[in-house]
Design a protein around this ligand. Structure first.
Ligand SMILES: NC(=O)c1ccc[n+]([C@@H]2O[C@H](COP(=O)([O-])OP(=O)(O)OC[C@H]3O[C@@H](n4cnc5c(N)ncnc54)[C@H](OP(=O)(O)O)[C@@H]3O)[C@@H](O)[C@H]2O)c1
Length: 257
């Protein structure tokens, strides 16, 4: 892989301070891009390219978009990585309106609103690349604690496809990346929740999760850097004819076509 194929590109990674987003921001920087990251918690060492905002709210997105415009102008690359599930276990009945609203705000509206703020600059210029990070749960929803999350990711995938159809004639490519289990802080939080709710060890929670997924044929979760490599390819000119596609990276977890 060429190390400077994003030289001079301006990129935004929403959710770029941990896990997959952090790995993506590093990968894009290594490839030569100027990268602004957005998250709620600032890094320990001050970073002038970091924007603090809660992207699950309209106000947070508006302030982040204004900061991006000031720091970068119109970005060439937008990667929407923000997401995760904070809903309680217990199946559909445990999900009240508040839990649904929270899962949709974090996993769907964060990307929808940020795109609405940043994509118009890309279409006016006639170029750009957007990636939405969904999940294999959009195709194989787990019902115990992540049903609303899965539904939100499904909506994000449909939105992503429609947006790609709309923007391709205007020079902007849109793709989605659907990971299976990735070894990240976010995955650790999910394991911790399963440990405390089930009164089980980390190993048992991990085993349980792998089993719920039906096993991972590759025998292991993906590393954040492996997902970052796929995203870096999709936003580069090497993927110049790739748009409107969903790219599954799950070690073979989804067994069907
Ligand atoms: N890990 C997995 O196994 C897995 C599997 C399938 C799909 N995915 C998807 O892949 C993406 C990344 O997952 P991950 O495990 O790498 O996540 P992660 O380790 O939990 O990191 C999430 C990132 O998003 C930021 N973030 C979270 N909520 C935010 C908010 N309201 N506003 C702004 N920033 C926010 C976090 O920083 P702050 O907390 O400081 O805000 C952090 O930078 C997510 O969309 C997730 O749904 C993950």
């Amino acid at each position: 892989m060429s190390s400077n194929d994003l030289d001079g590109r301006r990129a935004v990674v929403a959710g770029g301070s941990k896990g997959t987003g952090l790995a993506t921001a590093r990968r894009l920087r290594d490839a030569g891009a100027e990268v602004v990251t957005i998250a709620r918690t600032p890094p320990e060492t001050a970073d002038p390219r970091f924007v603090q905002a809660d992207l699950s709210t309209p106000e947070g997105v508006a302030s982040a978009a204004a900061a991006v415009a000031e720091l970068l102008g119109v970005p060439d690359i937008l990667v929407d990585v923000v997401g995760g599930s904070r809903a309680p276990a217990g199946g559909y009945a445990a999900l009240d309106d508040g839990a649904w609203a929270q899962e949709l705000a974090l996993n769907l509206f964060s990307a929808v609103r940020l795109d609405r703020a940043l994509v118009p600059g890309m279409t006016s210029r006639g170029s750009g690349a957007v990636v939405h990070v969904t999940s294999i749960q959009r195709r194989m929803p787990l019902h115990d604690s992540t049903l609303a999350y899965a539904a939100a990711k499904s909506a994000l995938a449909a939105y992503s496809k429609g947006l790609a159809n709309e923007l391709a004639p205007r020079g902007v490519r849109v793709n989605s990346v659907a990971p299976g289990f990735i070894r990240t802080d976010g995955a650790e939080l999910l394991l911790a929740r399963r440990m405390s709710e089930g009164g089980i060890s980390r190993e048992a929670a991990l085993e349980d999760l792998m089993q719920v997924l039906g096993g991972i044929p590759l025998g292991r979760p993906a590393e954040p850097e492996e997902v970052a490599k796929l995203i870096a390819f999709l936003v580069s000119d090497r993927a110049s004819a790739v748009t409107g596609a969903e790219h599954v990276i799950d070690g073979g977890t989804i067994r069907t076509l």
